[in-house]
Design a binder for this molecule. Structure first.
Ligand code: NGQ
Ligand code: ZN
Length: 458
């Protein structure tokens, strides 16, 4: 397939009259610039690489917006978590698949082309494994395949209720497993999807609260024996109470502890890492790990603000995720990443990355690179050999009127609410066309029906 756009974002910057040839496998075969579009199969206005969403708990989409009512006392991350645990109790496999399909479809429409699913819901409502231990993983992957988003599925090791290997609570029973069981699930899934270029299997440790140091080491070693390139994700230092509890347990702050005790490198993705000292920040940047920022969820849960400007100056890698899915658009994540800094420092263009640079383009490019690394997927650039994960913008959209080059990205990210995303391609397959997804009605109706039942008497 040949795609033509008068304007495209290539690794070296904006280029004109670009012809992208995609091979039968869905990889980019060649990129020609300054050519005529006559022989192309499809003409688009502006073509960019698509961003990967590096952090998702798909089921939480169905409870977004339901936790905005104040409780009897002070509301916090921890009171939100109690509500989330209550919601988890109700979810059956069909529900999870329907919710994930709706979520992934929304992500595609907003321009995400891949997702890393941080999946810790392993057991049934009684806390027993399903006949097929990978049942719920398979449901998430099936949803991704149905709507056509690329998925890096991360079965999560969750073994304890808090630091020091403390016993899990009853509400956590659906999450529980041990390193060897989890690794066998990873191995089964990796074999099963070995031939699918749009499914990748990695793993995650839920948090330093949920695994012991020995379990974390076993998970890491076992994962990299199975697949040396597999990504390993972990939630870390999201809440200040978590930092205090970690210090009480180990004498060290969470990020410091991890860097001191694990060979953290480019395979790792540290989710949130909100509360870090200058020294932790420098060491994280030097490690090559991706920091997975989820600004809308971090705002929603009252986590805090990551020192993104300082991290960027250290050359740190980062990407974006939508986590609890109070937003399903990369626009809001990147916008709020910058706005958090502006509100904090009372300045502007804090993440532009230097003088006379476009904040939107700098952030978008960072998210492309960090997202591809966190998903271990060869996406994030319009270049030969890369996966054809692409987004087209409609320049007829009012927000983009008269804009050129980086102004287009700045306008997309910082000016308005209607999405100018016209077309989305994943592995060369056109999954969004003229702003619409072909399965939108079917997936939407199934979701509506399931939600009517799920939310009854909640
Ligand atoms: C999660 N979410 O696993 O869904 C967590 C809450 C926890 C965020 N951290 C549970 N945002 O961290 O214990
Ligand atoms: Zn999370």
């Amino acid at each position: 397939m040949k795609l033509f756009a008068p304007l495209a974002l290539l690794p070296g910057g904006w280029d004109e009259n670009v012809l992208v040839t995609v091979d039968a496998r869905g990889d980019i075969e060649s990129v020609d610039t300054g050519v005529a579009g006559a022989g192309a199969d499809l003409h688009l206005d502006v073509l960019l690489p698509g961003v990967a969403n590096l952090h998702s708990h798909a089921f939480q989409r169905a409870m977004s917006g339901l936790t905005e009512v104040s409780g009897p006392g002070q509301d916090s991350f921890w009171t939100w978590r109690q509500l989330m645990y209550r919601f988890v109790e109700r979810l059956e496999p069909d529900d999870i698949e329907a919710i994930a399909a709706q979520l992934y479809l929304e992500m595609l429409r907003h321009g995400y082309t891949g997702v890393a699913e941080f999946h810790y819901l392993h057991r049934d409502t009684h806390g027993r494994y399903y006949a097929d231990r990978e049942e719920l993983s398979l449901r998430c992957i099936a949803a991704a395949r149905e709507v056509g988003i690329a998925i890096t599925h991360l079965p999560v090791l969750y073994a304890h209720g808090g630091f020091g290997g403390s016993a899990p609570g009853d509400a956590q029973r659906r999450f529980l497993n041990d390193p060897d069981t989890l690794l066998s699930m990873v191995s089964t899934l990796a074999d099963r999807f070995a031939g699918d270029a749009d499914v990748r299997i990695g793993a995650a440790a839920h948090s330093l609260r949920a695994v012991t140091p020995q379990e974390l080491t076993r998970l890491r070693d076992g994962l990299h024996e199975l697949d040396a390139g597999a990504p390993l994700h972990v939630h870390i230092a999201e809440q200040s109470r978590e930092v205090e509890d970690c210090i009480a347990w180990s004498g060290a702050r969470p990020v410091q502890w991890l860097l001191d005790n694990q060979p953290v490198d480019a395979h790792w993705c540290l989710i949130h890492a909100t509360h870090v000292t200058g020294e932790e920040l420098r060491a994280m940047a030097a490690s090559g790990a991706v920091v997975g920022l989820c600004p809308t969820t971090e705002a929603n849960l009252g986590d805090g603000i990551f020192p993104a400007g300082e991290y960027q100056r250290q050359g740190g890698v980062f990407g974006i995720g939508s986590d609890s899915h109070v937003s399903t658009s990369p626009v809001e994540e990147l916008r709020w990443l910058e706005y958090g800094q502006r509100l904090l420092y009372r300045q502007r263009n804090l993440l532009a990355g230097g003088a006379h640079r476009s904040t939107g383009s700098t952030l978008y490019t960072a998210a492309l690179n960090g997202g591809a690394q966190a998903l271990a997927r060869s996406s994030g650039a319009i270049a030969a050999g890369r996966r054809a994960d692409l987004v087209a913008l409609d320049t007829g959209h009012a927000a983009l009127a008269g804009r050129r080059n980086e102004q287009l990205v700045d306008a997309w990210l910082f000016a308005g609410n209607d999405s100018p995303v016209s077309d989305v391609f994943v592995g060369g397959r056109r999954v969004v066309e003229g702003g619409r997804h072909a399965a939108g009605d079917t997936v939407g109706q199934r979701y509506q029906a399931i939600l009517q039942r799920l939310l009854k008497d909640l």
